[in-house]
Structures are given as C-alpha cells and as structure tokens.
Ligand binder design. Structure first.
Ligand SMILES: [Cu+2]
Length: 119
C-alpha cells in the first residue's frame, strides 16, 4: 500500500466512526421526544419505574410493563387508577383523559414511585 493510501484510511476510519456515533445518538434523542403519541410505555425494572416522570398529552394511553422477575403494582396515590399485582411481562394500561399530575407507586414496594404529567 502506498504511504498516501495508508494516511487516508487511517484518518477516514475514525471520522466515519464519529459520524456513526453522532447519527446513533440523534436517533436516540428523537425517540425520547416521542412521548406525545397515542400510546406510551413505562417499564418497571430493577424496582423502578422508567421513565420516573412521563409527560404526555391528554387522551394518551400509558402502558406499564413489568420487566422484573417479581410482582409489582401500579397504584395511583390519589386512587385514580390501581392495577392488580403484575407479574413478569404483564402489562397495565390507563388512559389519561384529564390534564394534571398523577403520582403513583407500587403498593408492594412503596419506595417505588413515579408520576405521569398530563397536559
Ligand atoms: Cu413493587
């Protein structure tokens, strides 16, 4: 390989990797901003609700999925909604028709908390 080719390859490769990383990162950012679509997911994993605070538009259905290997519940602090104990991979959905802030917790593990902000 001539010297010049080696130099071009040596520079081009890290540049392409950097561009790839930037593209990957911007698509992740686009995904996290998509919280105003019709259905939004919260995952329950490692004793926490993810995302812990979720902002959605009025009329959005939120679905919680338990990814832990022990049961959890999704229980509104104000009694607005209340799931049964959800086992691994079981889901609970609630549609938020009114604007407001809806704090909730797991009734089995009260330290697990989250909130849905509806506007
Ligand atoms: Cu729990």
């Amino acid at each position: 390989m001539p010297r010049r080719t080696v130099w071009v390859v040596g520079v081009a490769t890290p540049v392409m990797i950097a561009i790839g990383l930037l593209l990957a990162r911007s698509s992740v950012a686009a995904n996290t901003e998509r919280s105003s679509t019709a259905t939004v997911e919260v995952t329950i994993d490692n004793f926490s609700f993810n995302p812990q605070t979720l902002t959605v538009a009025v009329g959005t259905a939120v679905t919680w999925t338990n990814r832990d290997d022990i049961p959890h519940t999704v229980t509104s602090d104000d009694g607005v909604f209340k799931s049964k104990a959800r086992d691994t991979d079981e889901k609970f959905s609630y549609t938020f028709d009114k604007a407001g802030t809806y704090p909730y917790h797991c009734s089995i593990h009260p330290k697990m908390t989250g909130q849905i902000v509806v506007h």
